[in-house]
Ligand binder design. Structure first.
Ligand SMILES: [Zn+2]
Length: 251
């Protein structure tokens, strides 16, 4: 019985070592991810344009959703008025702009999730500047009656991107995971799995720089950079957004 337990322990240790090795060898942090390393607390600010508010979007509700999402990580969320006391003055700024074209059935909206912190200049370390070190911006169209669902849904995906980069950056720092053991689970997830996570939410996808929409399985769809990916729940929605179906995957 005792040897059995020892074997089990050895096995667990071996698996941990293996997981650590693969995490270290397979991932190279990009500068955006590096900038999230060691962040322990931040504030969340949500700013809606006047048109966004008139369209029914509420800053407070959107903020609550994002805070709830971030609370699944080890990041501590501080009240907005305390941002000056947060180490590195870290904050997540969420900007929502809605434009109303003359055709009142559709909206164009611009979503930005920026991570801002105080940085120093290489040539002058005395200089301390608040800079955006991680950013994701999406421009999308949507039908008027779906705007109040589409915006939070897209912001959720954008926040997921932030959380993914945060986890990647912080699991590589080699510190024990203790309180956030589940954070390490996603570390070794290859890009493809994360993509399919995004793609799985939508029946159709497109690049924000392209006029063509695809089924998520299309080879062209898989080449779209995550930061450019936009999704649609129906063909109509994609067409209404000014996109035409791909000639290869014929979505
Ligand atoms: Zn296609």
């Amino acid at each position: 019985m005792r040897t059995n337990r020892k074997m089990k322990l050895k096995f667990v240790i071996a698996m941990c070592l293996l997981a650590g090795l693969t995490a270290n060898s397979s991932a190279k942090l990009n500068p955006r991810q590096v900038s999230l390393k060691g962040v322990r607390a931040l504030t969340v600010d949500v700013v809606c344009s006047q048109d966004a508010k008139e369209a029914g979007l509420k800053e407070q509700d959107i903020r609550e959703n994002i805070v709830k999402q971030l609370e699944e990580t080890a990041i501590k969320i501080m009240p907005g008025q305390l941002w000056g006391t947060v180490p590195g003055r870290c904050r997540l700024k969420v900007l929502i702009k809605v434009y109303r074209p003359s055709d009142l059935k559709t909206f164009i909206y611009n979503l930005k999730v920026c991570f801002v912190q105080t940085v120093t200049l290489e040539r002058n370390p005395e200089a301390k500047i608040d800079a955006v070190t991680w950013e994701l911006a999406w421009l999308a169209h949507g039908s008027k009656n779906r705007l109040t669902e589409a915006v939070p849904a897209n912001l959720k995906i954008m926040t997921d991107n932030f959380i993914r980069d945060y986890r990647t950056a912080n699991s590589l720092s080699g510190e024990p995971s203790g309180t956030n053991a589940r954070n390490t689970v996603s570390v070794t997830a290859p890009q493809g799995q994360i993509r399919s996570g995004i793609a799985a939410r939508y029946k159709y996808v497109s690049s924000k720089n392209s006029q063509v929409f695809h089924s998520p399985q299309c080879r062209s769809a898989k080449r779209i950079k995550p930061e450019n990916l936009v999704g649609y729940n129906s063909r109509d929605e994609a067409i209404q957004a000014g996109k035409r179906p791909c000639k290869v995957c014929k979505p």
